[in-house]
Design a protein around this ligand. Structure first.
Ligand code: ADP
Length: 209
């Protein structure tokens, strides 16, 4: 539907000053309440504004959207992370495949001798290695993994929505949750697309089960 100039102005006023009464809106526009009544009725009936008795008008887009955004922003990585599954840099690609099946995960994090994050190994990294005629027992994971410093990671206190954005932007399935220690990154968890799906379910149902 097309809004007229006055209706657009009313929405702007309500967005900025909600909750606001019709008297206050009329005052801001230098009009009478009676003149505003039809516009307010149209805006309320069409769902742009919500009128609460004795409180005033709210911009519905603003209230719903901002309430939802506020709620999502509160979900932190630490509430949703899963245990990380790690292999050492010197493990073979064959060992990595076995570990993926044993642990039922799609991504492994690779750690160096000090136990710090060195890389990430995905299913496709392993399939790519397997396509050649190479003996998977003789290929160390360090040869086929994506490596630091090009690893996308996150922290336990980050909002989970920020990690969801990273997963989309970087086109990866899993992000290691890390903590800085003695100049390296210790892996303390993982966030995958499954964890993000659980956030979505929790928002809708109030539970992840
Ligand atoms: P798949 O390759 O099985 O589809 P991904 O989409 O997660 O799984 O991985 C795509 C590529 O990105 C792989 O080469 C993988 O090593 C790399 N990768 C995966 N996760 C990360 C990450 N968190 N940071 C950097 N690179 C990653």
């Amino acid at each position: 539907m097309e809004l007229n100039d006055r209706q657009t102005k009313i929405i702007e006023i309500v967005k900025q000053s909600a909750p606001i009464t019709s008297e206050q809106i009329a005052e801001k526009l230098d009009l009478t309440r009676a003149t505003l009544r039809p516009d307010l009725a149209i805006l309320t009936m069409s769902g742009f504004l919500e009128a609460r008795p004795r409180v005033g008008y709210f911009y519905t887009g603003q209230t719903l959207q901002s309430l939802f955004a506020e709620q999502i922003e509160k979900f932190k990585v630490r509430e949703f992370l899963s245990s990380p599954v790690v292999v050492s840099e010197s493990a073979s690609a064959y060992d990595a495949v076995c570990e993926m099946f044993r642990e039922d995960v799609g991504s492994l994090f690779v750690v160096n001798r000090q136990g710090f994050l060195a890389g990430v190994l995905s299913r496709k990294d392993l399939l790519r290695a397997a396509i050649g005629t190479q003996n998977m027992n003789q290929v160390p994971v360090s040869m086929i993994m994506s490596r630091m410093p090009n690893i996308t990671s996150c922290h336990a206190e980050d909002p989970i929505i920020a990690v969801a954005e990273l997963i989309i932007e970087k086109q990866v399935d899993a992000v290691p949750v890390v903590r800085e220690r003695n100049g390296g990154l210790e892996v303390i968890g993982r966030i995958t697309k499954t964890n993000i799906t659980k956030v979505f379910v929790q928002l809708a149902r109030g539970t992840t089960n």
